[in-house]
Write a protein that binds this ligand. Structure first.
Ligand code: ADP
Ligand code: MG
Length: 609
């Protein structure tokens, strides 16, 4: 066989296989060209998910006759004035997109520069027609018909029209996020899918695209160091999703799907979101062009940083700082959801309270106050809710006084705290607190879990987790392999306050536990949970890197389980601790620890507004 040089059209078709995978990739290249041409308005029209036709119109600078003839040639570009790939200022630089698209489709380009004449050209499967005059008003329009007609093998891999359309929509949405000063409009089969007018700041555009919920439940990120800039909006941990597809990442204005960056997001939220949940965010990383190589991926979806460590450190610390500063904040969408729940109960006829009609219906004892005045109310509370000695370990049961709910001065004083003045505990797990604007409902177990976890972390940082020896070791029997695996980590667990030793085949003797777990934790359950956790990800990461996750598992066992009664002083103490503890707005699994209901909303529920 003889070596031969491939013909130009075949070379372009091969390149198209890499660059133009599906209609969305063609749209991406065409829209990036429009952005590079300085457009302030870009319109994309699709027919049949882009399979039959894609039209991209812009009001950018346009091309003259000569440029139009050259633009579909391979490696023809106006964007690399110098001969290096170091200082890339545009979205494009390889000069192969138009060559690739026109090698596999039928295209028509119409263009006109300001004060110039209009021109057009047709290219079919790589065969270039003549440049001829056009009446196109200003800017450029590129029409792509029958994508992949020239490469039928590729055509077979296209998905349904709907799926192709959705991919185009996602792509264009990301470009719209990164370019708020450009108006974007997308139509499909004649129907408008979205229209984002040009706006003066990025927040505006993001709120329009990601919705009000994101707007209200996200934190602005703004950090700058050594020419590196990170900005954007990070969702509160309580606004989590099941996939990472709501994480929008941009490097120098380019949408990227970069492993390093996803890793940064994961690391920054690791402490507040476990269990496979993903935060929502839009993050813009800007670095000097010579700090990043954008030429590592055919579709430019990945990048390589010259100093990945610097970028990583910067992103993680910017995100963590923002999360910590807003740590005690739980998402407003949580209260919104709660409110929606109330309302839907209401429309279904309301919760079935034991209504007291004409004094004849049987009324449970705890509701009997309506017949007997306030004296009975106090008695009922005393009987039903007052703490009993056996439930409270650290505080003497002087119940009547400590209920404190009828001390107006105390309430007035405490309600100025962010989480307000505790007024009651219901279902032995929910604290109801009063604030000047409304009320707060706290999930005491979730809140306590976060508090214990944060204390653990502080101890670990300062002097190691404090231990408390057991008078007699507790023996836990496990599967033999589980016990072995756990024992392998005995030295690491010891740093976390847990002393374990082998106790014959398949059993473990626990000698000491973290002091923070209190006097009666369920050691058996703790060891089993730890064994599960270690088994699950034994190979993925070393234990050293997961100390925090282990601590979090332990914290869960040291937390006030739901079902523990608390008096008002204890409740208030918990609220004050929450206010002082970073990240206390969510438990270690990203669940909110409290929700707020404003008086305004409460009044709406009662039809007073
Ligand atoms: P690249 O964008 O890498 O330069 P392309 O093949 O995408 O390569 O485009 C080739 C050239 O055609 C561009 O460099 C630009 O000069 C010109 N061009 C393409 N699209 C437009 C447009 N919408 N408006 C003005 N010029 C364009
Ligand atoms: Mg281009």
């Amino acid at each position: 066989m003889r070596i031969r040089y491939l013909p130009e059209t075949l070379i372009n078709q091969i390149a198209a296989g890499e660059v133009i995978e599906r209609p969305f990739a063609a749209v991406k290249e065409l829209v990036e060209n429009a952005i590079d041409a300085g457009a302030t308005k870009i319109e994309v029209d699709l027919t049949d998910g882009g399979k039959s036709k894609i039209v991209v119109k812009d009001n950018g600078g346009g091309m003259d006759q000569e440029e139009l003839a050259a633009c579909v040639d391979r490696h023809a570009t106006s964007k690399l004035p110098g001969d290096d790939l170091v200082n890339i200022q545009h979205m494009g630089f390889r000069g192969e997109a138009l060559a690739s698209i026109s090698a596999v489709a039928r295209i028509n380009i119409q263009t006109r520069q300001k004060d110039g004449e209009g021109w057009q050209i047709n290219v079919e499967g790589g065969k270039k027609g003549e440049v001829s005059p056009s009446s196109y008003p200003a800017g450029t329009q590129i029409e792509v018909r029958d994508l992949f007609f020239a490469t039928p093998a590729r055509l077979k891999f296209l998905k349904s029209e709907r799926a192709e359309f959705m991919a185009v929509k996602d792509t264009l949405t990301q470009l719209a996020m990164a370019n708020h000063a450009i108006a974007f409009r997308l139509t499909h089969d004649g129907k408008e899918s979205f229209h984002y007018p040009a706006v003066s700041d990025s927040q505006n555009r993001l709120a329009k695209i990601l919705g009000r919920e994101f707007g209200e439940n996200s934190i602005a990120i703004n950090a700058e160091r050594e020419g590196l800039k990170v900005s954007g909006y990070a969702g509160l941990p309580t606004l989590h999703r099941g996939t990472s597809q709501y994480q929008f990442l941009f490097v120098n204005g380019r949408p990227v799907k970069d492993k390093l960056l996803y890793g940064c997001v994961r690391a920054a939220y690791a402490d507040v979101l476990h269990g496979g949940r993903h935060p929502m965010l839009a993050l813009f990383v800007n670095v000097p062009p010579d700090e990043v190589d954008v030429n590592v991926h055919p579709a430019k979806a990945e990048v390589r940083f010259r100093d990945p460590g610097l970028v990583r450190g910067m992103i993680i610390s910017a995100l963590k700082l923002a999360l910590h500063e807003n740590g005690a904040r739980a998402s407003s969408s949580v209260s919104q959801a709660a409110l929606g729940k109330f309302q839907s109960d209401y429309t279904q006829g309301g919760p079935r309270l034991p209504l007291h009609r004409g004094g004849s219906a049987p009324v449970p004892r705890s509701y009997a106050y309506s017949s007997g005045g306030y004296g009975n109310l106090a008695e009922n509370i005393q009987e039903n809710y007052a703490p009993q000695g056996s439930f409270i370990e650290d505080i003497a049961p002087t119940a009547r006084m400590e209920m404190g709910i009828d001390e107006p001065e105390k309430v007035a004083e405490l309600q100025s705290f962010p989480l307000g003045a505790a007024r009651a505990q219901v279902h032995e797990n929910y604290i109801i607190a009063q604030t000047p604007e409304g009320m707060v409902v706290v999930d005491q177990h979730a809140a306590h879990e976060r508090l214990v976890y944060e204390k653990f972390k502080r101890q670990l940082e300062e002097s190691g987790v404090e231990k408390q020896g057991l008078l007699s070791p507790e023996i836990v029997s496990l599967e033999e392999s589980e016990a072995e695996r756990l024992l392998k980590y005995a030295p690491a667990l010891s740093k976390l306050g847990l002393e374990i030793e082998a106790f014959g085949a398949g059993a473990i003797a626990v000698q000491a536990i973290p002091a923070l777990l209190g006097s009666k934790p369920n050691i058996d359950a703790l060891i089993r949970d730890l064994a599960d956790e270690i088994t699950e990800r034994d190979t993925a990461q070393g234990l050293e890197e997961r100390l925090n996750e282990i601590l979090s598992t332990m914290a869960c066992h040291g937390s006030v389980r739901s079902g523990r009664r608390m008096n008002v002083d204890e409740m208030n103490a918990l609220l004050r601790q929450m206010e002082e503890t970073p990240l206390s707005g969510q438990c270690n699994h990203g669940r909110p620890t409290y929700i707020t209901l404003s008086l305004n909303d409460i009044e709406k529920l009662f039809g007073r507004r």
